[in-house]
Design a protein around this ligand. Structure first.
Ligand SMILES: CC(=O)SCCNC(=O)CCNC(=O)[C@H](O)C(C)(C)COP(=O)(O)OP(=O)(O)OC[C@H]1O[C@@H](n2cnc3c(N)ncnc32)[C@H](O)[C@@H]1OP(=O)(O)O
Ligand SMILES: CC(=O)C(=O)O
Length: 528
């Protein structure tokens, strides 16, 4: 038995109408397989007559689905053309899909002013086109374009268009908020009007221009529609389509309606991230349910409560959508944030209170620990006396000279007990050269450092009004074995800020790899 709510995905068609997305045939097939695995009922593959990629997609798509129906999209026949000689309708038949989605105008303004049709002609185009595809054995979904705006202009005509689609034999009529400007109350009202005039099951297709695509889709479900069209991550023309990564968990967890393969909802975050990766777009950290921030807690009061009862500040459990909880340590932290990460700390001890104050002081100086957990860990473990001094820096020097080409050189002098090591490094810039010199010196004593790879380096000016003497924060991401190392340094001198972040990376790696400091009293003293 099919679910009461059918999930209809149009990422491959309306999703690709978003600026910045262009999917290859291979990308589209990969997404198709994924959507099928997640139990989506319909996958709109594209507009077969539109371009060669969409045409090619339909040749293979059927092989990638076990559950979903692939649908081919297109408009009703063109004005003055017979259905059986209309290029779009013919291309839909050639796509050899089990279903077709036809869009037609359901607004007087759109029919008369945009397409230049008489109102009767528009009704005939809708009915004949639907009938043509039905007669060829396809399931037909009729997308009533501009339906909600059409209802406001001339309700009776908008409803006549739905009747024309029903007369043509449409299996579904989908009410479209094409311009994305409707409000939930209007959607509820006009879905009710549609239900009074047609018996065909209804669907909703909402755009997000007013930021209400999800709300409007859920309002339509409450008013009786049983198909929801949308896209993964809300990709789509202009401000996007209704986001199925938000709608689906709301339907299942909040509205207690069956939809999709519910067991797979527990992997929803993977679906969202994989599609973002394929589309080559950065995932939205603040996206509901699937964003990195969705179960991330920063404020001390929240963390204190979440440690006792997660539901104090979480509307569902993170694992219900394939997420994990994250607790940040920052200037807004209280003791609870630290205790979450460092379970061996004594909650009532002065050390914890002092550490919270230290973090706040450091953040006031420009540090930001929420994205630099390795620096945070070092700060805490050092204050507990757990991190030995592996080496001292006697001095460092970096210079950039321009002589036909730009050359960056650095010298580093480090001291290990009685020994000292002076090394020179060259690089594309002074930070690169410093990094090279430091590694060269250290690997002689600690070969494990060779495994540390710098992957990302960012500089943020903290007080731009000071011009070139501004305070800067340098953030470094490195990789070491399977671990990501993220550290931070702050100074008015960009080289010093970089150097501090580099030193934290190196010390962190020595500490987590249990490096044994070259033995003598001096090196074994805990650092401060
Ligand atoms: C609401 C939506 O998102 S609908 C989907 C929109 N998606 C796209 O447009 C992406 C794919 N589009 C394309 O590749 C091209 O626009 C094509 C191949 C479909 C058409 O290209 P062209 O023939 O050059 O037409 P063009 O794009 O300039 O104009 C649209 C044509 O569609 C016609 N049309 C638009 N809506 C409808 C409709 N509901 N029923 C019938 N014809 C329609 C217009 O009248 C116009 O035809 P005309 O020039 O003969 O008056
Ligand atoms: C059909 C469609 O994409 C719309 O009306 O927005």
């Amino acid at each position: 038995m099919s679910n009461p709510i059918q999930l209809y995905d149009t990422t491959l068609r309306d999703g690709t109408q978003r600026r910045g997305i262009s999917l290859s045939v291979e990308d589209k097939l990969q997404i198709t397989k994924l959507l099928d695995e997640f139990g989506f009922d319909y996958i709109e593959g594209g507009w077969p007559a539109s371009n060669p990629k969409d045409t090619a997609f339909f040749k293979s798509a059927g092989r990638y689905v076990k559950h979903a129906k692939i649908t081919a999209f297109g408009s009703t026949r063109r004005r003055g053309v017979f259905v059986d000689s209309d290029v779009n309708l013919r291309a839909i038949l050639d796509a050899e899909c089990p279903a077709a989605t036809l869009f037609g105008k359901s607004s007087v303004f759109q029919a008369t002013k945009i397409l230049g049709l008489s109102l009767e002609e528009n009704l005939a185009m809708v009915e004949e086109s639907v009938q043509f595809l039905r007669n060829h054995g396809l399931e037909v979904i009729f997308d009533a374009e501009h339906f909600f705006d059409g209802c406001q202009e001339d309700l009776s005509y908008a409803l006549d268009v739905l009747k024309a689609a029903e007369n043509g034999g449409a299996d579904w009529i989908v009410l479209c908020d094409t311009n994305g400007g409707s409000l939930p109350d209007q959607v509820r009202e006009f879905v009710g009007q549609a239900r009074n005039v047609v018996t065909v099951p209804l669907g909703i297709h909402a755009h997000n221009d007013g930021g209400l695509a999800v709300a409007n889709s859920l309002a339509a479900v409450q008013a009786g529609v049983s198909m929801v069209q949308g896209t993964i991550n809300g990709y789509g023309e202009r401000c996007g389509n209704a986001n199925l990564c938000t709608i689906w968990p709301n339907l299942v967890y909040k509205m207690k309606l069956s939809a999709g393969n519910e067991a797979m909802l527990r992997e929803l975050t993977r679906l969202s991230r994989t599609v973002a990766e394929i589309a080559n777009l950065i995932p939205d950290d603040s996206a509901p349910f699937v964003g990195d921030n969705a179960f991330t807690h920063k404020a001390g009061v929240h963390v204190g409560a979440v440690r006792k009862y997660p539901e104090a500040y979480e509307h569902i459990r993170p694992e219900q959508v394939g997420q994990t909880r994250r607790i940040l340590v920052s200037e807004l932290a209280g003791r609870s944030n630290l205790l979450y990460h460092f379970q061996n700390l004594d909650a009532s001890s002065e050390t914890v209170k002092e550490l919270v104050q230290t973090v706040k002081r450091m953040e006031a100086r420009g540090y930001q620990y929420e994205d630099a957990p390795s620096s945070m860990k070092l700060l805490v473990e050092r204050s507990l006396g757990h991190v030995p001094v592996y080496f001292d820096v006697d001095r460092f020097h970096a210079s950039v000279t321009h002589d036909q080409r730009t050359i960056a050189e650095a010298t580093v002098r480090i001291v290990v007990g009685e020994d000292h090591f002076v090394e020179v490094g060259e690089g594309d810039g002074p930070v690169h050269a410093l990094d090279a010199a430091l590694r060269r010196a250290l690997t002689q004593i600690y070969p494990v450092i060779e495994g540390l790879r710098l992957k990302d380096y960012k500089v943020r000016v903290l007080d731009g009004r000071d011009g070139t003497r501004a305070l800067v924060r340098v953030w470094i991401r490195s990789e070491f074995r399977d671990e990501t190392v993220q550290t931070v340094g702050v100074s008015r001198n960009i080289l010093e800020a970089s150097w501090l972040a580099l030193l934290d990376s190196v010390n962190y790696v020595l500490w987590i790899s249990h490096a044994v400091p070259a033995i003598n009293e001096h090196q074994l003293r805990p650092s401060k």
